[in-house]
Design a protein around this ligand. Sequence first.
Ligand code: DGT
Ligand code: MG
Length: 385
Amino acid sequence: SAPRSDPEEPRISAYACQRRTPLDHLNKIFTDASEVLAENAEFSESEGRGLAFRKAGSVLRSLPFAVSRMEDLRGVPCLGEHSRKIIQEILEDGVSGEVEGVLRSERYRAMKALTGVFGVGVKTADRWVREGLRTPGDLLTSGHRLSREQEAGVRYYEDLNCPVTRAEADAIGEIVKEAVHSILPGARVTLTGGFRRGKEAGHDVDLLITHPEEGKEEGLLGKLTSWLDSQGVLLYQRVSEGSGGRGRESGPMDHFHRSFSILKLGEQPGAPPGPPQPGASSAGQTQEAASPRGQGGAQGRGWRAVRVDLVICPYSQFAYALLGWTGSQQFERDLRRFASQERDMSLNSHGLYQREQVRTPPPPHCISESSPPLSLSLSLSSPPL
Ligand code: DGT
Ligand code: MG
């Protein structure tokens, strides 16, 4: 194969946002390994180590050749000593002993199963594992008190851990579009997240909603979710008023009005899910179970549960919101880091700011009464994301 260390060759950027990264790449054997090690680090709240493996995975995804010997990695950034050791192991033995060990470990498996429950983060899962719980099924028998979100997570565990297909995402998009247009004609619904990047499957459906006339989008989320509820489509939701702050697992949060929801999708993609179920008129109260023990999968039931994020944004911020919600996570992280370190600017899903720019208060529709002033949360002193 061609030498990779040619000084004439352009250097690979250490910023994911400056690397062309194909959907199907050539180094899956290595990125699968770094994914496991990143997860395992995150499960022990070693954020730095987790991030290092995420960065390694990201750069490996961008390589236009399959790594076949260590020399191929000369000049490739973002690969620490540990990552290189794992790659070497895989090149020599076909597998990494360390990764195999993690995959076999009881703790990793239990953490993976429990953090797979919607509404369960690393801290909670870790506490449960130390108490001896291993699976979502154990949660039901142990009599642990669950939040409403976790209850929904357990109820729909199988469905929510079954990848959402592109066709299903489009069908959800159509349902939401129909609802939005009946409430607010002219509003725009855009499929974002992994599907916007061309992925064929994902863990959820991310929809960004706006209206070309600034301000018209106000109050839309409540009407939209009421409409979905009245159609029997809304299985669960939690609304975030846009109070801001940082997400624990999912990166920086923005200040948009947003619903973390679970929607019901009928058997035929695009088909209506049928009339509201008796007793199911209020989201989260539905009694039908998608059991975590295996009897409750979508097959035969005629519908499946899908995680959907509904995000409302004012039109003036739409470009930034679209950019911020398209991902990937590593691309977004590095785009913000690039803005900050290379351009002395600050980027988020609301806008791009000059560092020294004095922040003007945001338009009133961006903040809820309970949230701190946006100018504070966008403070220049916040560390690079
Ligand atoms: P998936 O769903 O697992 O197939 O993969 P993605 O890439 O769709 O990831 P997802 O759904 O977690 O998030 C989509 C993008 O949206 C992600 O790259 C970053 C962004 N994002 C997610 N949550 C938040 C949030 O709370 N605030 C902001 N500003 N962006 C977020
Ligand atoms: Mg997504």
